[in-house]
Design a protein around this ligand. Structure first.
Ligand code: PLP
Length: 388
């Protein structure tokens, strides 16, 4: 083990994959498990996108593309960014990568020196803290509180800023809470940052899944444009997790550096997947709306159901496909309760603490599973909780 580089000891993980592994083991032993642990839409990729991918293979999109990404896809991203995010950009500021995660990895590689402070949401996507530590940055968690509808508190953000702050990570709608930063929140955050030479990595991967209210991209504010890296992709919006397709929008200098990183690692993103991505962005969008309305229905069922279970209190978060119930009344740690539910109710969920210290006292349910499964799981959890 000592032969490994020092930085490897700072790398974290994502517990969704570990819990899925555990659940699969129990399933192999014949147990029935209902899955709420993994954050991916249970829908198939829309048919028109699959057909575009198949046609692309037949037409010979089986070779390298430009490392920055196939130009027609980068053009489609700029159109999409204008239409859905009100961001004025151009193909030189877009980099196509294999999924949303590589944008986190590459932009932090390009920006973080040891000792730089990075402010990130807690609870938040675990890969954020993992990468900050990996690059020797100083992780500065910003509490995301239920009392504040799982939105960050701008006054608290102000109190975390120092001369060493290099980067702020925001995620709206958020994993794991489903919280959404309002348009006013984004304006206030921008007002705090303008003129301070601090970058923002804005993770907008769930921005088509908002059920109440609205958010906006911080990159749509002209003074923030140069300082923002927008992360988005196809995994959640178009149910394309396995295609590995995502993108970043950032200033031209950074885009060139991220392209250099692509040349050093992936060469490029799979050509046929990029062609399918054009169809996703420019083709009919009704499948996205249908998925959203199905998630909306499930949210009603799961949140109402959880609120009827002893020890659970759950607010109806406005975005993504996560319910994040407060389980403090059970008196159990979140990891204890998630283990108990796996073993005694056959329900796989994630502990709030796996999303950072401020996630303790909560569980995350990804409601990317059928309403039928949700109803069975609620019944099983109710019964298991009564036995405690
Ligand atoms: N950002 C957030 C907040 C996520 O929850 C996820 C996936 O779980 C990603 C980014 C990464 O998505 P991808 O699978 O496209 O890398």
């Amino acid at each position: 083990l000592s032969l490994l580089s020092k930085r490897m000891f700072n790398l974290g993980s994502e517990s969704a994959f570990e819990v899925l592994e555990k659940a699969k083991k129990l399933e192999a032993e014949g147990k029935n498990i209902i899955h709420f642990e993994i954050g991916e839409p249970d829908f198939d990729t829309p048919r028109n996108i699959i057909e575009a991918g198949k046609t692309a293979l037949d037409e010979g999109y089986t070779h390298y593309t430009a490392a920055q990404g196939y130009l027609p896809l980068r053009e489609a991203v700029t159109q999409y960014a204008l239409e859905y995010k009100n961001i004025k950009t151009n193909p030189e500021e877009v980099v196509i990568v294999p999924g949303g995660k590589p944008i986190m990895f590459y932009t932090m590689t390009a920006l973080i020196n040891p000792g730089d402070e990075v402010i990130y949401p807690s609870p938040g996507f675990p890969i954020y803290e993992s990468l900050i530590r990996f690059y020797g940055g100083i992780p500065v968690p910003l509490a995301i509180r239920e009392e504040n509808d799982f939105r960050l508190d701008v006054e608290e953000l102000k109190s975390k800023l120092t001369t060493k702050t290099k980067l702020l990570l925001i995620n709206s709608p958020a994993n794991p809470t489903g919280g959404v930063l309002s348009e006013e929140d984004i304006d206030e955050i921008a007002n705090v940052l303008i003129g301070k030479n601090i970058f923002v990595l804005s993770d907008e991967i769930y921005d088509r899944m908002i059920y109440d209210g609205s958010t906006k991209s911080i990159a749509s504010i002209p003074e923030m444009k140069e300082w923002t890296i927008v992360l988005d992709g196809f995994s959640k919006t178009y149910a394309m997790t396995g295609w590995r397709l995502g993108y970043g929008i950032m200033n031209k200098t950074l885009a060139q550096k991220v392209t250099d990183l692509m040349i050093n690692t992936n060469s490029c993103t799979a050509a046929f997947a990029q062609v399918a991505g054009i169809e996703a962005l420019t083709g009919p969008q009704h499948a996205v709306d249908e998925m959203k309305s199905e998630f909306f229905n499930r949210r009603e069922i799961i949140v109402d159901g959880l609120n009827g279970i002893k020890g659970f209190k759950c607010i109806k978060s406005p975005g993504a496909f996560y319910a994040f119930p407060n389980i403090k009344d059970t008196g159990m740690r979140s990891s204890e309760l998630s283990d108990y539910l796996m073993n005694h109710a056959g329900v796989a969920v994630l502990s709030g603490s796996s999303f950072g210290a401020f996630g303790e006292g909560y569980l995350r349910f990804s409601y990317a599973t059928s309403t039928e499964n949700i109803k069975i799981a609620l019944k099983r959890i109710d019964e298991a909780m009564k036995k405690l």
